[in-house]
Design a protein around this ligand. Structure first.
Ligand code: F6R
Length: 241
């Protein structure tokens, strides 16, 4: 894994935005995997700015987001779909049909997971996947436990994960769904290149175990040690001493 450390989260966000825009310049039909959460907010702000400044053409880019809450309709308040519309899609010329997203309100959630896996495969796989990391070491919503799911699946969210997502539901923990749909570990590991971003002191224990610990389903991000092209971007606060 390549580790890049930045003094400030804003510098990290700018460097990652440049990497993504450079990748689109090189490969206009890039297939991009994207996270939500608090960490990427600065990155999306930098991406909007740099995209505007450089006149980046998103008309052939395709995206797939990592996850979505169960029981939340696409675009409803609190949904990751609404987050992405606000933070990125409204600001760039990506065609709506090129935005891949899980529908947490689908009648048949297993079928929805299968559809998503096939859509990623049909797009030719993910070229560049951006990840955050949970304080418990989850990536996407692949939560720690005795086992991991390879493909896109339905998952129960752990209490810490639900608490971490309160902000999208007006701070009300009771409104945070207990389940989500998420890309699986194989879906993630099949991406050709991965960038994991982590900021803030709260992420140090998870980052330390991800980089140095034994590979274990109890900290899903440790599996990234097996991937051939992973960049870990950290601000100073999130860097293990
Ligand atoms: C969100 C996702 C999650 C987050 C993680 C960190 O799409 O896949 O794995 O990246 O929960 O969230 P923040 O950035 O809010 O600390």
């Amino acid at each position: 894994m390549i580790i890049q450390t930045f003094e400030y989260d804003t510098a990290l966000a700018g460097a990652l935005a440049t990497r993504v825009i450079d990748a689109i310049d090189r490969q206009p039909n890039l297939v991009l995997g994207l996270p939500t959460g608090r960490t990427p907010l600065l990155f999306y702000a930098a991406l909007r700015d740099e995209s505007r400044a450089r006149g980046t053409d998103w008309s052939r880019v395709r995206t797939f987001n990592l996850d979505e809450f169960v029981g939340v309709a696409p675009g409803a308040p609190g949904s990751y779909r609404a987050y992405m519309q606000r933070e990125l899609f409204d600001a760039v010329n990506i065609p709506p049909a090129a935005v891949g997203f899980l529908d947490g309100s689908a009648a048949d959630l297993d079928a929805e997971c299968g559809r998503y896996e096939r859509a990623i495969a049909t797009a030719g796989g993910i070229d560049l996947l951006i990840l955050g990391i949970g304080t418990n070491g989850h990536i996407g919503f692949n939560e720690p436990g005795p086992g991991l799911q390879p493909h896109t699946h339905r998952v129960g969210l752990l209490p810490a994960t639900r608490a971490g997502n309160r902000a999208w539901f007006g701070g009300d923990l009771d409104r945070v769904p207990g389940e989500a749909l998420s890309m699986g570990m194989a879906t993630i590991m099949h991406a050709r290149a991965i960038v994991l971003m982590a900021t803030g002191a709260g992420k140090v224990p998870a980052v330390e175990r991800m980089l140095r610990g034994p590979i274990t389903t109890e900290l899903p991000a440790t599996f990234l040690q097996l991937h051939r092209d992973v960049t870990v971007m950290l601000d100073r606060a999130a860097s293990p001493r």
